[in-house]
Design a protein around this ligand. Structure first.
Ligand code: AHG
Ligand code: MN
Ligand code: MN
Ligand code: MN
Length: 335
């Protein structure tokens, strides 16, 4: 049973049973992520003081202008995981291709791969609004002792052994799951330690918040347009409140605490939506389900999609179960 205010280090030790197959490897992996998160947190916190806001000057594989903090966060997570020799491969939103990590003995002995969105919510960096990091961890499917291949990364989300996010917000939190519920830890910046502040996080069954970029309304499928009108109708407990930060991590985190739905649908300009299945939707869907919520592409579970490409995108509807089911009813009318 998680104890409020225990440190993340204590929590990991007490919950070793979660990591049954790993002989400490997965625990060390989570430890590395919490360390990299502190480094990124430190940089994000002083962004206005040093020359680290603004564009980096290159375009990533997603077709987006990279921000300096995108690049810094990417390098920090990759270096931390590589130096500790705990994963056999890493794929990142910011890199064209995945990286294989042979380890210092060159024998490719490590069992896990990590997929990462190093900095989520790039457009919020320069304006001092919450950003995040999202990570997703799988056991490799290729034999230990061989280099990781694309097959290790193209696994369905329900194979994840752990996933989580860090939110660099009014306070910095690390929220993660190993498949036994979701726990949230708050960083005490004075001590550099994470404390269990949000044990066993659960989405309320329903809520009053809908989060979607309504500026794209004209491009949305009819089912989404009808659901938005439903949210705005004056009836029962509606109209709902509209809240959209523009960092998926922050929008989903708020909805998990207060109850709500987050939608990034497909549109006439983006036929698979915008968000990436492997770095954003799968890890968030795993967390959402572990917190008792629901995550679909409007029709089917996100976690059952078999990926075919590293940077594949998918529409996503996630959050409080009853709200997602209501949105799906509208989607089904036009299927
Ligand atoms: P990233 O900064 O990692 O590229 O992700 C941005 C994503 C996500 O965080 C957010 O929900 C969404 O983009 C916002 O997109 P719009 O500006 O199109 O609403
Ligand atoms: Mn990006
Ligand atoms: Mn993102
Ligand atoms: Mn990103």
């Amino acid at each position: 049973m998680p104890k409020r205010n225990q440190t993340l280090g204590e929590f990991i030790i007490e919950n070793q049973a979660d990591f049954a197959y790993s002989s400490g490897e997965l625990s060390r992996l989570i430890n590395s992520i919490r360390l990299a998160a502190k480094v990124v947190n430190h940089e994000v916190n002083k962004a206005g003081l040093v020359d680290i806001i603004g564009a980096y000057g290159e375009t990533n594989v997603q077709g987006e202008d990279q921000q300096k903090l995108d690049v810094m966060a990417n390098e920090t997570f990759i270096q931390t995981l590589t130096n500790r020799e705990i994963v056999c491969g890493i794929a990142s939103e910011e890199n064209d291709d995945f990286i294989t990590i042979p380890g210092s003995d060159g024998k490719h002995q490590n069992k896990y791969v990590v997929l990462i969105d190093p900095l989520d919510g790039s457009s919020n960096i320069d304006v001092n609004v919450s950003v995040g990091t999202i990570f997703s961890i799988y056991r490799r499917v290729t034999p230990i002792g061989t280099p990781a291949t694309i097959e290790d990364f193209l696994q369905a989300g329900n194979n994840q052994v752990a996933a989580g996010y860090i939110i660099y917000g009014t306070s910095t939190m690390l929220v993660y799951t190993t498949g036994r519920g979701v726990n949230g830890f708050t960083l005490n910046p004075a001590l550099g330690s994470w404390y269990l502040s949000h044990p066993d996080m659960k989405f309320p069954d329903t809520g009053k918040i809908y989060s979607i970029n309504e500026g794209n309304y004209v491009h949305f499928p009819q089912g989404v347009k009808d659901y938005i009108k439903y949210c705005q109708e004056e009836k029962d407990d509606r109209p709902y409140t509209s809240r959209y930060i523009g960092s998926m991590v922050s929008d989903v985190h708020r909805n998990m605490i207060k109850g709500g739905i987050f939608i990034y649908p497909k549109s006439s300009t983006a036929t698979n939506g915008k968000l990436r299945l492997l770095y954003e939707c799968n890890p968030m869907a795993y967390l959402v389900e572990q917190a008792g919520g629901k995550a679909t592409d409007g029709f089917r579970r996100i976690l059952e999609i078999k990926p075919t490409e590293l940077h594949q995108r998918t529409p996503i509807f996630c959050g409080s179960t009853k709200m997602v089911e209501k949105a799906e009813e509208f989607m089904a009318k036009y299927d």
